[in-house]
Design a protein around this ligand. Structure first.
Ligand code: NDP
Length: 314
C-alpha cells in the first residue's frame, strides 16, 4: 500500500492492531514517552502531522509539533488530552465512542450485582475451602425493589439504563439537560437524583465540571441502604467522603472501576469490606479493545484521505 506523505507519532503505548494498520498507511515514529524534545530532533518533530496515543497530551507536547493536524486518542474519555488547547491550534482531537458502549454497560451491571450480592467474596469463600464448614452468609443487600439513578445519560448511560430496565427496576437520571427521546424520570440536580434513588451509577466524563461532584452530601442523600457505582472517572468522586460514608454506614456499599489516582489504591480503601474495586476494566475485552484501536487508526486514515476525522470530540 502506498504511504501518504504523512508521518504519525506514537508516544508510549499503543494497541498492536492500531500500530499495524497505521504502519501500512503512514511512516511511523515511536517514542517511549511524551518528552519529545529529548527523543526527537526538531526536523523530525516538524515532519509529524498525526499522533495516535493513550498518553497525557499537554500544551508543551502540542507546541513541540508545529505541523500537527490530528491527535487520535485511544478511549472515549479524553480527559488526558488538552483538547481545548489543541482546538486553539487547529489540531483535531478524536476519541473512540460507541464501539465500547455495550461492553462497558455489561461490566457496570456485573459490578453492581457483585457489590450487592457479594459475588467476589462468595467466590473467595469457596476457594478458601470454607464451604464445607458452613454456607455462605445471606447477602444483607438485594437488587430487588431498588430504584436506580444514572448520573450521565449519554451513550453508555443509555446502554446501562436498558439493562437496568430489563432487571425490572425503575431508572431515573441526571445530566445537565434532559435527553431528547429518553422517557426515564429526569432530575435537575445530582442531589435530587441521589435523594430519590438507592443505587447511583456514575458514568460522566472526568473534567472540571464533574470533579468531586459525588460528595458527602450526595452520598448521604443516597442513604444507608445506598449503593454507589462508578464506571466514569475517579475524579468525579470525593474519595475521602466516599471512604467516610462507607466506614460510617452513610451508604451501604460501593463498586469502583475507576480511581482518581489509579493504579494507586489507598490502604483506607483496601481496608473497606463494603468496597469492591476493579482495575479499570470497563472496555477491557480483546474484541472491544481491538475495535477501539481500529477506530484510532481509521480516524487518522480518514483525516489524511478526506480531510475529515470520523469521530472528532465536540
Ligand atoms: P457521553 O458524552 O455520550 O455521555 C456523557 C454524559 O455525561 C452525557 O449525558 C452528559 O450530558 C453528561 N455530563 C457531562 N458533564 C456533565 C456534568 N458536568 N453534569 C452532569 N452531566 C454531565 O459519553 P460516554 O457515555 O461515551 O462516556 C462517558 C464516560 O465514561 C467517558 O467520558 C469516560 O470517562 C467513561 N468511560 C469509562 C470506561 C471504563 O473503562 N470504566 C470506558 C468508557 C468510558 P450533558 O452534557 O447534557 O450534561
Amino acid at each position: 500500500m502506498s504511504k501518504p506523505n504523512a508521518t504519525v507519532l506514537i508516544p508510549g503505548w499503543m494497541h498492536e492492531h492500531a500500530r499495524r494498520v497505521l504502519g501500512t498507511h503512514f511512516s511511523l515514529v515511536e517514542t517511549p514517552d511524551c518528552d519529545l524534545h529529548t527523543h526527537l530532533s526538531s526536523e523530525m518533530r516538524a515532519s509529524i502531522r498525526g499522533v495516535a496515543c493513550r498518553a497525557r497530551i499537554d500544551r508543551q507536547f502540542i507546541d513541540a509539533l508545529p505541523n500537527l493536524e490530528i491527535i487520535a486518542s485511544y478511549g472515549v474519555g479524553y480527559d488526558a488530552v488538552d483538547a481545548a488547547y489543541a482546538r486553539s491550534k487547529n489540531v483535531v482531537v478524536t476519541n473512540t465512542p460507541d464501539v465500547l458502549n455495550e461492553e462497558v454497560a455489561d461490566l457496570t451491571l456485573g459490578l453492581l450485582i457483585s457489590v450487592v450480592r457479594e459475588i467476589p467474596k462468595a467466590a473467595a469463600f469457596v476457594r478458601e475451602g470454607r464451604w464445607k464448614a458452613s454456607d455462605y452468609p445471606l447477602s444483607r443487600l438485594t437488587l430487588r425493589n431498588r430504584r436506580v439513578g444514572i448520573y450521565g445519560m449519554g451513550r453508555i448511560g443509555r446502554c446501562i439504563a436498558r439493562r437496568i430496565e430489563a432487571f425490572g427496576l425503575p431508572v431515573a437520571y441526571y445530566s445537565r439537560r434532559p435527553v431528547e427521546g429518553v422517557a426515564y424520570e429526569y432530575f435537575p440536580s445530582l442531589l435530587e437524583l441521589a435523594s430519590a434513588v438507592d443505587v447511583l451509577i456514575s458514568i460522566v466524563p472526568g473534567d472540571p465540571s464533574t470533579a468531586n461532584s459525588v460528595n458527602a452530601e450526595v452520598l448521604s442523600a443516597l442513604g444507608p441502604e445506598g449503593v454507589f457505582i462508578n464506571v466514569g472517572r475517579g475524579t468525579v468522586v470525593d474519595e475521602d467522603a466516599l471512604i467516610n460514608a462507607l466506614r460510617t454506614g452513610a451508604i451501604a456499599a460501593a463498586g469502583l472501576d475507576v480511581l482518581a489516582d489509579e493504579p494507586n489504591v489507598s490502604d483506607d480503601m483496601l481496608a473497606l469490606e463494603n468496597l469492591t474495586i476493579l482495575p479499570h476494566i470497563g472496555s477491557a475485552s480483546v474484541s472491544t479493545r481491538t475495535a477501539m484501536a481500529d477506530l484510532v487508526a481509521r480516524n487518522v486514515i480518514s483525516w489524511f484521505d478526506t480531510g475529515a476525522a470520523l469521530t472528532p470530540v465536540p
